[in-house]
Ligand binder design. Sequence first.
Ligand code: MTE
Ligand code: HPA
Ligand code: MOS
Length: 869
Amino acid sequence: MRSLPPLASNGGTVTVHSTGEARAHDSAVLHVSGAARYVDDLTEPSDLLHAAVGLTEIACGAIRSLDLDAVKAASGVVAVLTLADVPGHTDIGPVFPGDPLLAGERVKYHGQALFAVAAESQLQARRAARLAKVEYAAETPLLDALQAKAEERFVRPPHHMRRGDAEEALSTAPHVLEANQQIGGQEHFYLEGQVSMAIPQEDGGMLVHTSSQHPSEVQKLVAEVLAIPLAKVTVEVRRMGGGFGGKETQAAPFACLAALLARKTGRAVKLRLPRADDMRLTGKRHPFCNRYRVGFDDDGRLLGAELEVVGNCGHSPDLSDAIVDRAMFHADNAYFIPNVAISGYRSFTNCVSHTAFRGFGGPQGMMIIERAMDDIARAVGKDPLDVRKLNLYGGPGRDLTPYHQRVEHNLLGELIERLETSSDYRARREAIRAYNAASPVLKKGLALTPVKFGISFTAQHLNQAGALIHLYTDGSIQLNHGGTEMGQGLYIKVAQVVAEEFQVPLEQVTITATRTDKVPNTSPTAASSGTDLNGMAARDAARTLKRRLAEFLAERDGVPVASVRFEHGQIRIGDHALSFAEAIQAAYFARVQLSATGFYRTPKIHYDRDKAEGRPFFYYAFGAAVSEVEVDTLTGEYRLLRADILHDVGRSLNPAIDIGQIEGGFIQGMGWLTSEELRWDAEGHLLTVGPATYKIPAASDAPEDFRVALFDRPNEEDSVYLSKAVGEPPFMLAISVWSALRDAIASLADYRVSPNLDTPATPERVFWACEAVRGKHPHPSPLPGGEGTDRSRTGTPHSAATPDNPLPLRERAGVRAAAARALPPHPLPEGEGTDRSRAETPYSAATPDNPLSLRERVGVRANQTENPS
Ligand code: MTE
Ligand code: HPA
Ligand code: MOS
């Protein structure tokens, strides 16, 4: 046995505080030096084959014939797999059936997986996959979620929540507004794409290395497609290069395909999707079409609301039941609605099956009520912040959500007050009004929006976790749990919990890869609950080991168990102490078990979905953000000048990680609402299949002035060290950017018009929103009054944005990048500021392959909300 380091003098020399300390991500150095190993970096087995997927070329129809002879004959090809070759289950739907592993007779979306091929090299596999000869009987795809709703084509039945009598409240309210809001989807754009490597085992089993948020489900599905017991499949996930929800269910198909090809060939198989295939084959954040009808009094206080959220789910249920539910659970966001009815629809479309994405429908739900807040404020002539504050949960009888959970421990009143002060909101509001009054073209906008996000999986059974801790005889600690690491810092937070429990330095805890043979039957790492669940399970395991050690040492030394204490990296036993390692060695020789499992299930939660009543969430995480934007109202270009965030993470386990999550979530949310635009053509082809056409935020898009602070208040529910989940909630703080853009646009009509601004609010959409507002309320702008604003009369397509012309998209990207660096004041004097030819060239709705184009939406902006009085 190894010799031990000398024991520190009694009383100890180190004070050990692991939780609450800002610690670097455990893989930070590996990440930045390129040494972190992702699945594609693992040492390859000598017999490794590489796989590629053949994709369908239509969005809807039947497959008449599939001729794979040329694929099979291609150089390097070892095996080809179709649905008929699958020995076990062929439907891998995660909750409900509907996801065939490969298309059989029917095609449900363009780019659906049709077959897979394994070859000696990746290039050979990818080349071979293009050689299939397929005959289709194409049908007209259904691509519009609202059309699907009208035709009652749903992937899951509609669902309703209600409290009070919304209809009655709306019929008697002094003011009623209604509006529609289109909300775009979002590509996950994890830096590491979908990848799995399957290695056949001697017992007929399979070892799978995969980039998945849900190793247990990959294990189950691999076992099911292979028709072998789950116990013969082991899945390992060391880390992902980002998941963001896109690897909760949609990593599994590629693990299954790799495993099936490995079974078929008897060789290891790796399947790594090229980016364009990844973007075609995997689901995204659900686009939504939302609607509100709200009734309110003269002050802007809500009296009743009917809210409708329609999710474009794509071709299968996937997680859409829960995602549209979460949109409904968040359609109130932070506001008490005395009488409310919320309807949620899950539209079928011939599109890839949309899936989990940070916020899990919550962001799309919140958008509708945040839009209503701004519209109400403009209707009653108030600052939107005052209307938001007026409607917050709180005060007698104002704490019940539409799903009948009480909002307890609401921090938003205080949090918003603090942020309002620290961000200097009122003075900046005045300054912006003055600036806008003097600036005809460049307009600034400001908005404060809150977030209240429910923490727990809404499917009760998923709120459980397991952990496994081994103590070794040199005092080192090995930690394993069911959570996966995708960059969010879960591993280090759970390690901090364990170090804190044993009161040893964090470096003494070794983190190990997530594996289904160490902790079984785990939930996905999702719903922001990774630390809450796995941290508690690890704490449970640590406490079991501490109890065993304390009982053994107390008995050995004849002292009460209570006098054994873990402190300063040592174990004190009455009036003397052992080093941690000495104690472990003594326990080993006394045959004390030095390995323990831990388990946790979240208390208090329950939900009766038939009644739409219960307590789906253990607690809420809160936050608020103030964003200030500047918009060039002649081009639609804009930038975010400053963002102030105050966010509630309970008692932070690791402020460095938490602030990183807040910053990253906010910027990712901003990308969703501004620059990230998914485009499908009329045949259902995804046109944006890479970074050249799909624009995620760049470093230069982050605000120059970015102030993030933690609202440091322990959770009042008994969470792990009273911390709160942080992964998803900050994403929704970015709604403040969109709201600030609308504020800037509204300034064109002295805030008397509340502009429509569908998302993503690209410069094009911002431009047209400016035009629409100007058209209604002629403004002393360089444009001759009203001219060039009615787009519906002109039919020339705007070449810069037609979906079948990718080049102008690149141009636009260039313009945006330039805009991000500096938004120049408009160079021309008043009256000469516009390029007429450009301004009069409309964004055409007539393009056959773009049924939901901008012009059409601008054209139907009849529901532009105006002062109802
Ligand atoms: N942060 C990074 N860096 N990468 C990610 O993929 N995923 C987000 C969030 N933060 C993600 C991330 C999502 S969608 C969730 S649900 C949570 O992290 C999951 O991890 P947690 O439960 O440990 O917070
Ligand atoms: N959030 C995130 N992922 C999930 C959920 C949820 O509520 N339910 C199932 N997967
Ligand atoms: Mo996150 S969308 O719950 O993986």
